[in-house]
Design a protein around this ligand. Structure first.
Ligand SMILES: Cc1cc2nc3c(=O)[nH]c(=O)nc-3n(C[C@H](O)[C@H](O)[C@H](O)COP(=O)(O)OP(=O)(O)OC[C@H]3O[C@@H](n4cnc5c(N)ncnc54)[C@H](O)[C@@H]3O)c2cc1C
Length: 282
């Protein structure tokens, strides 16, 4: 049974987007997510906007809020400042990542910063009192040096104190299942939470997937070629429902949804997963 769901949001770029996000969070709050997380922009951008949204969510809602943080373009002092500011507004959970350079250029560590996510996790955990989520890659990260290296790398992040793994999204459930089974067989026993992408546009998700090394199945191309926008919306919802139900059948108890700041699709999925009934929502 799915015991917990959680949602990811990104910092809105305009006032209009922020108002829409506020409305959508209002709707999603009723599903009692275990936590919601707010991303940190690529290249270390949106640092202030991430902080602002996290602060507002903590102040104005009862949600458990996780703030993302990356090592990109930041010295140790700057990273410390971000963490201190997070803690000052009540953050108790950080999603700690190495991050990507702007335009996904090759990673260059800041000369006074961290060289990888393991160091960041350790640094945050050494402060005490902060839960840390880390990333996992069911389809392997483009910089992966193979599954053995990946397992060792993730074990190092866990040795540094990581509390749970949130995975990158995949179109194929077998990738999540195989990844979980491999990690568990290697003695990894912290929660592994599949990250599910809620598709807003098949074309958009196809382009994004290509950039970040996620395989796009042929059926996605067929949908883009043949289906109207309205039908694509229905299919997107169906894809996420099927994915969630299958993962539930395969023993996952928590799911993390990349909401793209929308709420409608998530509310419909939650009806299928029984979260509406659980939370007495009509
Ligand atoms: C749940 C989640 C949330 C994210 N949130 C954000 C965000 O808010 N902002 C943002 O900019 N990006 C975000 N990303 C994207 C992420 O920053 C990129 O995928 C980035 O390229 C890797 O960062 P990471 O911390 O996941 O990398 P890591 O886990 O540190 O490394 C990624 C992979 O690279 C390989 N690797 C790296 N170093 C080594 C090594 N020394 N030895 C062996 N293998 C190595 C491993 O295969 C490893 O799995 C997120 C990704 C996920 C899955």
């Amino acid at each position: 049974m799915i015991k917990d769901i959680s949602f990811e949001f990104f910092p809105p770029r305009t006032e209009k987007m922020e108002q829409k996000l506020k409305q959508n969070i209002g709707a999603l709050m009723r599903l009692s997510p275990r936590f919601v997380s707010v991303t940190y922009g690529a290249g270390g951008t949106t640092r202030y906007k991430t902080h602002e949204i996290v602060h507002k969510l903590i102040n104005e809602t009862k949600l458990n809020v996780a703030a993302h943080l990356t090592c990109i373009n930041a010295s140790l002092n700057e990273i410390d400042e971000v963490i201190e500011n997070y803690v000052a507004v009540g953050v108790k959970h950080i999603v700690a990542l190495r991050g990507d350079m702007k335009d996904l250029d090759q990673f260059i560590p800041h000369p006074q910063g961290f060289t990888n996510s393991i160091e960041l996790v350790k640094h945050i955990k050494d402060k005490g009192g902060i839960k840390v989520s880390i990333s996992g890659y069911p389809e392997q990260h483009p910089e992966s040096q193979g599954i053995t290296a990946d397992i060792n790398f993730i074990k190092s992040k866990i040795d540094a104190g990581a509390d749970q793994i949130i995975t990158q999204f995949s179109f194929e459930n077998q990738n999540y299942i195989k990844y979980r089974d491999t990690l568990v067989s290697q003695g990894i026993n912290i929660p592994i939470i599949p990250g599910i992408m809620l598709i807003k546009s098949f074309n958009g998700i196809k382009n994004m997937s290509r950039k970040i090394g996620i395989k796009v199945p042929n059926w996605v191309d067929k949908i883009i070629e043949k289906e109207s926008e309205e039908t694509q919306k229905i299919i997107a919802e169906d894809v996420a429902i099927t994915q969630s139900e299958e993962l539930e059948k395969n023993g996952f108890e928590q799911l993390h949804f990349y909401t793209l700041n929308e709420s409608e699709i998530m509310i419909n999925i939650s009806k299928h997963l029984g979260f509406h009934t659980k939370n007495n929502i009509a």
